[in-house]
Design a protein around this ligand. Structure first.
Ligand code: ARG
Length: 472
Protein backbone atom coordinates (compact mmCIF):
# COMPACT_ATOMS: atom_id res chain seq x y z
CA UNK A 1 0.00 0.00 0.00
CA UNK A 2 2.80 2.41 0.81
CA UNK A 3 4.62 3.56 -2.25
CA UNK A 4 6.20 6.95 -1.69
CA UNK A 5 9.09 7.04 0.78
CA UNK A 6 8.62 9.73 3.41
CA UNK A 7 11.87 11.41 2.39
CA UNK A 8 10.39 12.40 -0.95
CA UNK A 9 7.98 14.91 0.58
CA UNK A 10 9.02 18.51 0.93
CA UNK A 11 7.88 18.47 4.55
CA UNK A 12 9.15 14.95 5.37
CA UNK A 13 12.06 15.89 7.65
CA UNK A 14 10.31 14.93 10.86
CA UNK A 15 8.42 11.92 9.49
CA UNK A 16 9.50 8.29 9.86
CA UNK A 17 6.66 6.62 7.99
CA UNK A 18 5.26 7.31 4.53
CA UNK A 19 1.57 7.98 3.91
CA UNK A 20 -0.54 5.30 2.27
CA UNK A 21 -1.66 5.69 -1.32
CA UNK A 22 -5.17 6.34 -0.10
CA UNK A 23 -4.10 9.12 2.26
CA UNK A 24 -1.95 10.56 -0.48
CA UNK A 25 -4.88 10.68 -2.85
CA UNK A 26 -7.19 11.98 -0.12
CA UNK A 27 -4.93 14.87 0.84
CA UNK A 28 -3.62 15.83 -2.58
CA UNK A 29 -5.21 18.78 -4.35
CA UNK A 30 -3.12 18.97 -7.49
CA UNK A 31 -5.86 17.37 -9.59
CA UNK A 32 -7.97 20.49 -9.15
CA UNK A 33 -5.66 23.26 -7.92
CA UNK A 34 -3.33 23.00 -10.91
CA UNK A 35 -5.59 25.49 -12.61
CA UNK A 36 -4.10 28.08 -10.25
CA UNK A 37 -0.65 27.66 -11.80
CA UNK A 38 -0.49 30.97 -13.63
CA UNK A 39 -1.53 32.90 -10.55
CA UNK A 40 0.77 30.86 -8.33
CA UNK A 41 3.61 31.84 -10.63
CA UNK A 42 2.62 35.52 -10.58
CA UNK A 43 2.55 35.48 -6.79
CA UNK A 44 5.92 33.72 -6.59
CA UNK A 45 7.57 36.16 -8.97
CA UNK A 46 6.27 39.19 -7.06
CA UNK A 47 7.46 37.61 -3.81
CA UNK A 48 10.90 36.85 -5.29
CA UNK A 49 11.29 40.41 -6.62
CA UNK A 50 10.44 41.78 -3.21
CA UNK A 51 12.95 39.44 -1.53
CA UNK A 52 15.65 40.62 -3.95
CA UNK A 53 14.80 44.29 -3.43
CA UNK A 54 15.05 43.78 0.31
CA UNK A 55 18.43 42.07 -0.05
CA UNK A 56 17.04 38.75 1.19
CA UNK A 57 17.74 37.07 -2.18
CA UNK A 58 20.65 37.90 -4.46
CA UNK A 59 20.12 39.40 -7.90
CA UNK A 60 21.45 36.12 -9.31
CA UNK A 61 18.89 34.10 -7.34
CA UNK A 62 16.10 36.29 -8.69
CA UNK A 63 17.38 35.94 -12.25
CA UNK A 64 17.52 32.15 -11.84
CA UNK A 65 13.98 32.06 -10.46
CA UNK A 66 12.66 34.20 -13.30
CA UNK A 67 14.45 32.07 -15.88
CA UNK A 68 13.15 28.84 -14.34
CA UNK A 69 9.59 30.14 -14.12
CA UNK A 70 9.66 31.07 -17.78
CA UNK A 71 10.69 27.53 -18.70
CA UNK A 72 7.93 26.10 -16.51
CA UNK A 73 5.39 28.44 -18.07
CA UNK A 74 6.26 27.14 -21.53
CA UNK A 75 6.22 23.53 -20.33
CA UNK A 76 2.73 23.91 -18.89
CA UNK A 77 1.39 25.81 -21.88
CA UNK A 78 2.77 23.16 -24.23
CA UNK A 79 1.34 20.33 -22.16
CA UNK A 80 4.80 18.98 -21.33
CA UNK A 81 4.74 19.63 -17.60
CA UNK A 82 4.65 16.47 -15.49
CA UNK A 83 2.09 17.03 -12.74
CA UNK A 84 2.67 14.67 -9.85
CA UNK A 85 0.24 13.68 -7.14
CA UNK A 86 3.23 12.75 -5.00
CA UNK A 87 3.91 16.47 -4.86
CA UNK A 88 0.48 17.11 -3.37
CA UNK A 89 -0.49 20.48 -4.78
CA UNK A 90 0.23 23.09 -7.42
CA UNK A 91 2.67 24.92 -5.12
CA UNK A 92 4.97 21.94 -4.50
CA UNK A 93 4.75 20.86 -8.13
CA UNK A 94 6.00 24.21 -9.35
CA UNK A 95 8.60 24.64 -6.61
CA UNK A 96 10.08 21.16 -7.17
CA UNK A 97 10.35 21.72 -10.90
CA UNK A 98 11.91 25.14 -10.36
CA UNK A 99 14.52 23.64 -8.09
CA UNK A 100 15.24 20.89 -10.62
CA UNK A 101 15.74 23.57 -13.26
CA UNK A 102 17.72 26.24 -11.39
CA UNK A 103 19.03 24.57 -8.23
CA UNK A 104 19.36 26.40 -4.91
CA UNK A 105 17.57 29.58 -6.02
CA UNK A 106 14.44 27.44 -6.35
CA UNK A 107 14.85 26.29 -2.75
CA UNK A 108 15.18 29.88 -1.57
CA UNK A 109 11.93 31.06 -3.15
CA UNK A 110 9.88 29.97 -0.16
CA UNK A 111 11.86 32.22 2.22
CA UNK A 112 9.49 34.30 4.35
CA UNK A 113 6.45 32.60 2.87
CA UNK A 114 4.16 29.68 3.64
CA UNK A 115 1.79 27.74 1.46
CA UNK A 116 -0.89 29.21 3.69
CA UNK A 117 -0.45 32.79 2.54
CA UNK A 118 0.57 31.53 -0.91
CA UNK A 119 -2.65 29.63 -1.59
CA UNK A 120 -4.84 32.43 -0.23
CA UNK A 121 -3.04 34.82 -2.59
CA UNK A 122 -3.43 32.47 -5.56
CA UNK A 123 -7.14 32.05 -5.01
CA UNK A 124 -7.70 35.78 -4.71
CA UNK A 125 -5.74 36.49 -7.89
CA UNK A 126 -7.62 33.76 -9.72
CA UNK A 127 -10.98 34.95 -8.50
CA UNK A 128 -10.22 38.56 -9.41
CA UNK A 129 -9.65 37.47 -13.02
CA UNK A 130 -12.76 35.30 -12.83
CA UNK A 131 -14.90 38.21 -11.67
CA UNK A 132 -13.51 40.39 -14.47
CA UNK A 133 -14.49 37.68 -16.97
CA UNK A 134 -17.96 37.49 -15.47
CA UNK A 135 -18.39 41.25 -15.67
CA UNK A 136 -17.32 41.31 -19.31
CA UNK A 137 -19.76 38.51 -20.16
CA UNK A 138 -22.51 40.07 -18.09
CA UNK A 139 -22.05 43.26 -20.09
CA UNK A 140 -22.52 41.41 -23.38
CA UNK A 141 -25.50 39.52 -21.99
CA UNK A 142 -27.15 42.72 -20.73
CA UNK A 143 -26.59 44.46 -24.06
CA UNK A 144 -28.34 41.57 -25.83
CA UNK A 145 -31.17 41.78 -23.32
CA UNK A 146 -31.51 45.53 -23.94
CA UNK A 147 -31.51 45.05 -27.71
CA UNK A 148 -34.34 42.54 -27.43
CA UNK A 149 -36.23 44.80 -25.01
CA UNK A 150 -35.85 47.66 -27.48
CA UNK A 151 -37.30 45.60 -30.33
CA UNK A 152 -40.23 44.61 -28.12
CA UNK A 153 -40.61 47.92 -26.26
CA UNK A 154 -44.20 48.36 -27.43
CA UNK A 155 -45.26 44.71 -27.81
CA UNK A 156 -48.26 44.10 -25.52
CA UNK A 157 -48.31 40.93 -23.45
CA UNK A 158 -50.29 39.86 -20.43
CA UNK A 159 -48.54 40.60 -17.17
CA UNK A 160 -49.16 37.86 -14.63
CA UNK A 161 -49.59 37.63 -10.91
CA UNK A 162 -50.16 34.15 -9.47
CA UNK A 163 -49.59 33.04 -13.08
CA UNK A 164 -53.06 34.44 -13.87
CA UNK A 165 -53.52 37.23 -16.39
CA UNK A 166 -53.32 40.45 -14.40
CA UNK A 167 -52.76 43.61 -16.47
CA UNK A 168 -51.25 44.41 -19.85
CA UNK A 169 -47.55 45.16 -19.92
CA UNK A 170 -45.16 45.37 -22.82
CA UNK A 171 -42.71 42.56 -23.43
CA UNK A 172 -39.94 45.15 -23.40
CA UNK A 173 -41.02 46.24 -19.92
CA UNK A 174 -41.06 42.63 -18.78
CA UNK A 175 -37.52 42.09 -20.08
CA UNK A 176 -36.34 45.27 -18.38
CA UNK A 177 -37.35 43.73 -15.06
CA UNK A 178 -34.63 41.13 -15.69
CA UNK A 179 -32.21 43.85 -16.68
CA UNK A 180 -32.65 45.37 -13.21
CA UNK A 181 -32.01 42.04 -11.49
CA UNK A 182 -28.88 41.37 -13.52
CA UNK A 183 -27.63 44.91 -13.03
CA UNK A 184 -27.79 44.41 -9.28
CA UNK A 185 -25.91 41.14 -9.78
CA UNK A 186 -23.21 43.10 -11.56
CA UNK A 187 -23.05 45.55 -8.65
CA UNK A 188 -22.66 42.64 -6.25
CA UNK A 189 -19.76 41.17 -8.24
CA UNK A 190 -18.04 44.54 -8.32
CA UNK A 191 -18.53 45.02 -4.62
CA UNK A 192 -17.24 41.54 -3.89
CA UNK A 193 -14.18 42.18 -6.08
CA UNK A 194 -13.05 44.99 -3.75
CA UNK A 195 -12.74 42.58 -0.86
CA UNK A 196 -11.17 39.86 -3.01
CA UNK A 197 -8.50 42.31 -4.12
CA UNK A 198 -6.33 42.32 -0.97
CA UNK A 199 -2.97 40.69 -0.43
CA UNK A 200 -2.48 37.85 2.07
CA UNK A 201 1.26 37.32 1.29
CA UNK A 202 3.45 38.31 4.19
CA UNK A 203 1.21 36.56 6.67
CA UNK A 204 3.38 33.46 6.11
CA UNK A 205 2.04 30.47 8.06
CA UNK A 206 -0.07 32.59 10.41
CA UNK A 207 2.05 34.97 12.47
CA UNK A 208 3.99 36.91 9.84
CA UNK A 209 7.69 36.47 9.21
CA UNK A 210 10.96 37.57 10.77
CA UNK A 211 12.36 38.73 7.42
CA UNK A 212 12.27 42.45 6.58
CA UNK A 213 9.59 42.07 3.91
CA UNK A 214 7.81 44.82 1.99
CA UNK A 215 4.17 43.84 1.65
CA UNK A 216 3.11 47.09 0.01
CA UNK A 217 5.57 46.42 -2.82
CA UNK A 218 4.14 42.93 -3.41
CA UNK A 219 0.60 44.32 -3.32
CA UNK A 220 1.48 46.94 -5.92
CA UNK A 221 3.25 44.35 -8.11
CA UNK A 222 0.14 42.18 -8.10
CA UNK A 223 -2.36 45.01 -8.47
CA UNK A 224 -3.93 44.45 -5.07
CA UNK A 225 -5.69 47.48 -3.61
CA UNK A 226 -4.45 46.81 -0.09
CA UNK A 227 -2.86 44.20 2.13
CA UNK A 228 -4.80 41.97 4.51
CA UNK A 229 -4.25 43.77 7.80
CA UNK A 230 -4.06 40.79 10.12
CA UNK A 231 -1.86 37.79 9.42
CA UNK A 232 -4.14 35.24 11.11
CA UNK A 233 -7.17 36.51 9.22
CA UNK A 234 -5.20 36.62 5.96
CA UNK A 235 -4.46 32.88 5.91
CA UNK A 236 -7.69 31.65 7.38
CA UNK A 237 -10.85 33.41 6.31
CA UNK A 238 -12.51 32.69 3.01
CA UNK A 239 -15.38 35.14 3.29
CA UNK A 240 -14.36 36.66 -0.05
CA UNK A 241 -14.99 33.29 -1.72
CA UNK A 242 -18.27 32.90 0.12
CA UNK A 243 -19.37 36.34 -1.04
CA UNK A 244 -18.45 35.40 -4.57
CA UNK A 245 -20.53 32.22 -4.42
CA UNK A 246 -23.39 34.22 -2.88
CA UNK A 247 -23.28 36.66 -5.80
CA UNK A 248 -23.18 33.68 -8.20
CA UNK A 249 -26.13 32.10 -6.37
CA UNK A 250 -28.29 35.19 -6.70
CA UNK A 251 -27.32 35.57 -10.33
CA UNK A 252 -28.31 31.95 -11.00
CA UNK A 253 -31.55 32.46 -9.08
CA UNK A 254 -32.37 35.27 -11.50
CA UNK A 255 -31.37 33.10 -14.46
CA UNK A 256 -33.62 30.34 -13.14
CA UNK A 257 -36.58 32.72 -13.07
CA UNK A 258 -35.99 33.80 -16.66
CA UNK A 259 -35.51 30.16 -17.62
CA UNK A 260 -38.75 29.10 -16.01
CA UNK A 261 -40.57 31.80 -17.96
CA UNK A 262 -38.91 30.76 -21.21
CA UNK A 263 -40.02 27.18 -20.62
CA UNK A 264 -43.53 28.40 -19.93
CA UNK A 265 -43.59 30.77 -22.90
CA UNK A 266 -42.41 27.96 -25.15
CA UNK A 267 -45.22 25.66 -24.10
CA UNK A 268 -47.49 25.13 -27.12
CA UNK A 269 -50.54 26.23 -25.11
CA UNK A 270 -48.82 29.54 -24.44
CA UNK A 271 -46.59 29.98 -27.46
CA UNK A 272 -45.24 33.45 -26.62
CA UNK A 273 -41.78 32.62 -27.93
CA UNK A 274 -40.02 30.09 -30.10
CA UNK A 275 -36.47 29.16 -29.19
CA UNK A 276 -33.97 28.53 -31.97
CA UNK A 277 -33.27 24.85 -32.51
CA UNK A 278 -29.67 25.17 -31.36
CA UNK A 279 -30.85 25.75 -27.80
CA UNK A 280 -33.18 22.77 -27.78
CA UNK A 281 -32.86 19.02 -28.13
CA UNK A 282 -35.15 16.21 -29.17
CA UNK A 283 -36.28 13.00 -27.58
CA UNK A 284 -34.82 9.55 -28.23
CA UNK A 285 -38.29 8.05 -28.46
CA UNK A 286 -40.81 10.80 -29.29
CA UNK A 287 -40.00 12.18 -32.73
CA UNK A 288 -42.19 15.26 -32.35
CA UNK A 289 -40.40 16.63 -29.27
CA UNK A 290 -38.43 19.85 -29.14
CA UNK A 291 -37.40 20.40 -25.56
CA UNK A 292 -36.17 23.69 -24.08
CA UNK A 293 -33.02 22.04 -22.69
CA UNK A 294 -30.90 25.15 -22.21
CA UNK A 295 -33.34 26.99 -19.93
CA UNK A 296 -34.17 23.76 -18.12
CA UNK A 297 -30.51 23.02 -17.49
CA UNK A 298 -29.84 26.56 -16.34
CA UNK A 299 -32.72 26.15 -13.90
CA UNK A 300 -31.13 22.91 -12.72
CA UNK A 301 -27.60 24.27 -12.52
CA UNK A 302 -28.87 26.94 -10.16
CA UNK A 303 -29.08 24.15 -7.60
CA UNK A 304 -25.42 23.23 -7.89
CA UNK A 305 -24.32 26.85 -7.49
CA UNK A 306 -26.47 27.22 -4.38
CA UNK A 307 -24.74 24.01 -3.26
CA UNK A 308 -21.33 25.61 -3.81
CA UNK A 309 -22.33 28.49 -1.54
CA UNK A 310 -23.59 26.17 1.16
CA UNK A 311 -20.43 24.06 0.92
CA UNK A 312 -18.25 27.10 1.59
CA UNK A 313 -20.43 28.44 4.39
CA UNK A 314 -20.29 25.05 6.08
CA UNK A 315 -16.56 24.75 5.45
CA UNK A 316 -15.93 28.02 7.27
CA UNK A 317 -18.39 27.55 10.09
CA UNK A 318 -16.71 27.09 13.49
CA UNK A 319 -13.25 26.81 11.95
CA UNK A 320 -10.73 27.90 14.55
CA UNK A 321 -7.92 30.28 13.63
CA UNK A 322 -5.73 30.13 11.72
CA UNK A 323 -5.16 27.96 8.63
CA UNK A 324 -6.68 24.48 8.65
CA UNK A 325 -6.51 21.90 5.91
CA UNK A 326 -10.30 22.22 5.63
CA UNK A 327 -9.57 25.25 3.50
CA UNK A 328 -8.16 23.12 0.73
CA UNK A 329 -11.82 22.31 0.05
CA UNK A 330 -12.52 25.94 -0.84
CA UNK A 331 -11.37 25.65 -4.43
CA UNK A 332 -13.74 23.26 -6.15
CA UNK A 333 -16.92 25.12 -5.16
CA UNK A 334 -15.39 28.42 -6.31
CA UNK A 335 -14.29 26.91 -9.63
CA UNK A 336 -17.63 25.21 -10.12
CA UNK A 337 -19.63 28.39 -9.46
CA UNK A 338 -17.33 30.39 -11.71
CA UNK A 339 -17.51 27.86 -14.57
CA UNK A 340 -21.27 27.53 -14.31
CA UNK A 341 -21.88 31.27 -14.28
CA UNK A 342 -19.52 32.02 -17.17
CA UNK A 343 -20.94 29.23 -19.36
CA UNK A 344 -24.49 30.29 -18.54
CA UNK A 345 -23.73 33.91 -19.42
CA UNK A 346 -22.18 32.93 -22.75
CA UNK A 347 -25.11 30.75 -23.76
CA UNK A 348 -27.78 33.18 -22.62
CA UNK A 349 -26.14 36.14 -24.35
CA UNK A 350 -26.21 34.13 -27.56
CA UNK A 351 -29.80 33.02 -26.98
CA UNK A 352 -31.08 36.53 -26.31
CA UNK A 353 -29.12 38.04 -29.18
CA UNK A 354 -30.83 36.03 -31.91
CA UNK A 355 -32.22 32.80 -30.51
CA UNK A 356 -35.64 33.99 -29.46
CA UNK A 357 -38.50 34.51 -31.87
CA UNK A 358 -41.27 36.55 -30.25
CA UNK A 359 -44.89 35.71 -31.10
CA UNK A 360 -46.69 39.03 -30.57
CA UNK A 361 -49.90 37.51 -31.95
CA UNK A 362 -49.99 34.83 -29.24
CA UNK A 363 -49.40 37.45 -26.56
CA UNK A 364 -52.19 39.61 -27.97
CA UNK A 365 -54.56 36.65 -28.05
CA UNK A 366 -53.81 35.76 -24.42
CA UNK A 367 -54.47 39.37 -23.48
CA UNK A 368 -57.94 39.27 -24.99
CA UNK A 369 -58.89 36.28 -22.91
CA UNK A 370 -57.94 37.34 -19.42
CA UNK A 371 -59.97 40.53 -18.70
CA UNK A 372 -56.59 42.24 -18.48
CA UNK A 373 -58.15 45.73 -18.54
CA UNK A 374 -60.59 45.15 -15.67
CA UNK A 375 -58.47 47.34 -13.37
CA UNK A 376 -58.64 50.08 -15.99
CA UNK A 377 -62.43 49.98 -15.85
CA UNK A 378 -62.32 50.27 -12.05
CA UNK A 379 -59.88 53.21 -12.33
CA UNK A 380 -62.18 54.79 -14.95
CA UNK A 381 -65.10 54.68 -12.54
CA UNK A 382 -63.02 55.90 -9.61
CA UNK A 383 -61.88 58.88 -11.68
CA UNK A 384 -65.57 59.64 -12.23
CA UNK A 385 -66.17 59.79 -8.49
CA UNK A 386 -67.10 56.20 -7.63
CA UNK A 387 -65.14 55.15 -4.50
CA UNK A 388 -62.51 52.63 -5.64
CA UNK A 389 -63.85 49.77 -3.49
CA UNK A 390 -67.34 50.23 -5.01
CA UNK A 391 -65.85 50.49 -8.48
CA UNK A 392 -63.97 47.22 -7.84
CA UNK A 393 -67.26 45.46 -6.98
CA UNK A 394 -69.03 46.90 -10.04
CA UNK A 395 -66.31 45.69 -12.38
CA UNK A 396 -66.29 42.27 -10.70
CA UNK A 397 -69.95 41.93 -11.62
CA UNK A 398 -69.27 43.08 -15.19
CA UNK A 399 -66.47 40.52 -15.56
CA UNK A 400 -68.74 37.79 -14.29
CA UNK A 401 -71.40 38.72 -16.84
CA UNK A 402 -68.88 38.91 -19.69
CA UNK A 403 -67.45 35.54 -18.71
CA UNK A 404 -70.91 33.99 -18.76
CA UNK A 405 -71.52 35.50 -22.17
CA UNK A 406 -68.15 34.30 -23.38
CA UNK A 407 -66.91 37.75 -24.45
CA UNK A 408 -64.21 40.19 -23.45
CA UNK A 409 -65.07 43.40 -21.54
CA UNK A 410 -64.81 45.77 -24.56
CA UNK A 411 -67.19 43.47 -26.43
CA UNK A 412 -70.04 44.35 -24.07
CA UNK A 413 -72.26 47.10 -25.46
CA UNK A 414 -72.50 50.51 -23.83
CA UNK A 415 -76.02 49.69 -22.64
CA UNK A 416 -74.83 46.41 -21.11
CA UNK A 417 -71.98 48.20 -19.33
CA UNK A 418 -74.23 50.99 -18.14
CA UNK A 419 -76.41 48.40 -16.42
CA UNK A 420 -73.52 47.99 -13.95
CA UNK A 421 -72.98 51.70 -13.44
CA UNK A 422 -74.73 54.78 -14.85
CA UNK A 423 -71.38 56.62 -14.68
CA UNK A 424 -70.13 54.62 -17.65
CA UNK A 425 -70.15 56.64 -20.85
CA UNK A 426 -68.99 56.24 -24.42
CA UNK A 427 -65.40 57.14 -23.55
CA UNK A 428 -65.11 53.87 -21.59
CA UNK A 429 -63.94 51.92 -24.62
CA UNK A 430 -60.73 53.90 -24.89
CA UNK A 431 -59.93 52.94 -21.30
CA UNK A 432 -60.71 49.29 -21.98
CA UNK A 433 -58.26 48.83 -24.85
CA UNK A 434 -54.86 47.31 -24.24
CA UNK A 435 -53.22 50.34 -25.85
CA UNK A 436 -55.13 52.70 -23.55
CA UNK A 437 -54.25 50.64 -20.51
CA UNK A 438 -50.56 50.61 -21.42
CA UNK A 439 -50.37 54.30 -22.32
CA UNK A 440 -52.06 55.28 -19.05
CA UNK A 441 -49.20 53.89 -16.92
CA UNK A 442 -47.05 56.79 -17.83
CA UNK A 443 -44.62 57.38 -14.97
CA UNK A 444 -41.10 56.30 -14.04
CA UNK A 445 -41.07 52.51 -13.79
CA UNK A 446 -44.43 52.16 -15.56
CA UNK A 447 -45.17 50.08 -18.64
CA UNK A 448 -46.33 52.85 -21.04
CA UNK A 449 -44.30 52.41 -24.25
CA UNK A 450 -43.01 55.99 -23.90
CA UNK A 451 -41.72 55.14 -20.42
CA UNK A 452 -40.20 51.90 -21.63
CA UNK A 453 -38.33 53.80 -24.33
CA UNK A 454 -37.00 56.23 -21.73
CA UNK A 455 -36.15 53.36 -19.37
CA UNK A 456 -34.17 51.69 -22.16
CA UNK A 457 -31.98 54.75 -22.65
CA UNK A 458 -31.45 55.12 -18.94
CA UNK A 459 -30.69 51.40 -18.60
CA UNK A 460 -28.01 51.53 -21.26
CA UNK A 461 -26.33 54.47 -19.51
CA UNK A 462 -26.42 52.77 -16.13
CA UNK A 463 -24.95 49.59 -17.61
CA UNK A 464 -22.08 51.37 -19.32
CA UNK A 465 -21.35 53.47 -16.21
CA UNK A 466 -21.19 50.34 -14.10
CA UNK A 467 -18.88 48.56 -16.52
CA UNK A 468 -16.60 51.57 -16.87
CA UNK A 469 -16.23 51.67 -13.10
CA UNK A 470 -14.65 48.19 -13.30
CA UNK A 471 -12.19 48.81 -16.12
CA UNK A 472 -11.13 52.14 -14.54
N1 ARG B 1 -3.03 22.73 -0.89
C1 ARG B 1 -3.21 23.52 0.27
C2 ARG B 1 -4.53 24.26 0.20
O1 ARG B 1 -5.13 24.22 -0.81
C3 ARG B 1 -2.13 24.54 0.37
C4 ARG B 1 -1.89 25.03 1.76
C5 ARG B 1 -1.41 23.91 2.60
N2 ARG B 1 -0.92 24.34 3.84
C6 ARG B 1 -0.65 23.49 4.84
N3 ARG B 1 -0.21 23.98 5.90
N4 ARG B 1 -0.88 22.21 4.71
O2 ARG B 1 -5.02 24.85 1.12
Amino acid sequence: MNSTPASQYTWAGRFSEPVSDLVKRYTASVAFDQRLWRHDMLGSLAHARMLARQGILSAQDLADIERGMEIIRLEIENGQFQWSMDLEDVHFNLEKRLTALVGDAGKKLHTGRSRNDQVATDLRLYLRDGIDDILRLLGAFQRALLALAKREAATPMPGFTHLQVAQPVTFGHHLLAYFEMFLRDGERFIDCRRRVNRLPLGAAALAGTSYPIDRAFVAAELGFEAVCENSLDAVSDRDFAIEFCAACSLFMTHVSRLSEELVLWMHPRVGFVRLADRFCTGSSIMPQKKNPDVPELARGKTGRVHGDLLALLTLMKAQPLAYNKDNQEDKEPVFDALDTVTDTLRIFADMLADGIHVRADAMQEALQQGFATATDLADYLAKKGVPFRDAHAVVGAAVKAAEQKGVALPELSLAELQAFSPRIENDVFAALTVEGSLAARNHTGGTAPAQVAAALLHARKRLETLLVSVSA
